[in-house]
Design a protein around this ligand. Sequence first.
Ligand SMILES: Nc1ccn([C@@H]2O[C@H](COP(=O)(O)O)[C@@H](O)[C@H]2O)c(=O)n1
Ligand SMILES: C[C@@]1(CO)OP(=O)(O)OP(=O)(O)OC[C@H]1O
Length: 159
Amino acid sequence: MRIGIGYDVHKLVPERDLILGGQEIPFELGLLGHSDADVLVHAIMDALLGAAGLGDIGRHFPDSDARYKGIASLKLLGEVKHKLELENYWINNIDAVVVAQAPKLAPYIEMMRQNIAETLGIKSKDVNVKATTTEHLGFAGRGEGIGAYAVCTIANKNF
Ligand SMILES: Nc1ccn([C@@H]2O[C@H](COP(=O)(O)O)[C@@H](O)[C@H]2O)c(=O)n1
Ligand SMILES: C[C@@]1(CO)OP(=O)(O)OP(=O)(O)OC[C@H]1O
């Protein structure tokens, strides 16, 4: 079994949709990025790539590449799945935490788990997503941005 870790942060700005775990969430601000800036999916992709020893999302999907402008991060997650498959890896489980002072994410967590699990072809019970505030401390606590951490375990079919 191999372990991976991912971490990402995006800035909250007006006039952008807030997409987390492939789910559009009603909020007055959205995350800024070259893609849809789905910080949760970005952390998960980095965890998966890391576990497989395949680098990070910036290496595979550079933000200088126009193909990725505005792209749904779930689509990139599907590409990451394919890259792992080519190396004969299967995904055992993912655990993640979104760090956001607002909005309240609890009502959307199950949908996020389903979106991610469906994209990866695994069960939603194997994709755990949590949310926490930082009790108004730091950039997340001031509502300047949202962060996400993810860990995963994967294994190789050949070993
Ligand atoms: N954006 C968020 C943050 C937190 N939650 C839920 O609230 C619980 C308590 O959060 P604390 O930061 O006060 O510990 C947390 O366990 C989540 O269930 C949320 O839904 N959305
Ligand atoms: C996802 C990518 C795609 O171009 O762009 P961004 O949305 O800017 O996100 P970031 O976390 O900065 O990672 C870089 C890129 O891989």
